[in-house]
Design a protein around this ligand. Sequence first.
Ligand code: SAH
Length: 221
Amino acid sequence: MADPHGEDDSPETRTARLILALRSQGVTDPGVLNAIERTPRELFTPDLFKERAWEDSALPIACGQTISQPFIVGLMTQALTLEPRARVLEIGTGSGYQTAVLSPLARLVYTVERYRTLMREAESRFKILGLTNVITRFGDGGEGWPEQAPFDRILVTAAAPEEPKALLAQLKPGGVLVAPIGKGPVQSLRRYAGDGKGGFKVELLGDVRFVPLLDGVAREL
Ligand code: SAH
């Protein structure tokens, strides 16, 4: 249906517009774009913001956290260079949106969140979408998931104050970790690629704004 400004704002058009915008900003991997296109972001946004679900912006969710901007989700997912057999660890489930984008691109996605409320809400969304390869955990993701390590890929969706050594140690040789690193409001998105000899090649992917990775689990719900 046409809106007063003459723009066609059907869900299909909004989706197509977002995919085009991501592509023009450098998210070109067809698998990643396909996963974003098929993940209903409105399911992950609070009622107040559902109208804006297909805009390329971060939005507030419960517990003072945010659902990431689709471009950043695309950029980080693309930087992971996923393979269908990969076991992936994600730190910071939040709304579960990034997890749902990872799900069709990997064999198993392990995701950790320090707010129980967010974890439960995300779990109910994974159930609605029938995502059977997502394994959730309420806990402090800064420590990784030692019982399930090592992982082929690790994605940190909260800002680590410095190089996340505990997480790098849970990466398989030749694995890839993507994380925003920095203490301030703007962090540097880094990609660590294991060289197979215990070292890493580090690549800077640009400036990003993430909520901080905090120690321990949240005492509030
Ligand atoms: N990937 C999310 C973005 C979430 S924002 C999405 O797509 O919606 C970052 C999340 O990291 C928040 O939910 C925050 O509670 C969580 N977080 C911060 N520190 C953490 C920690 N140490 N362990 C687990 N989760 C953490």
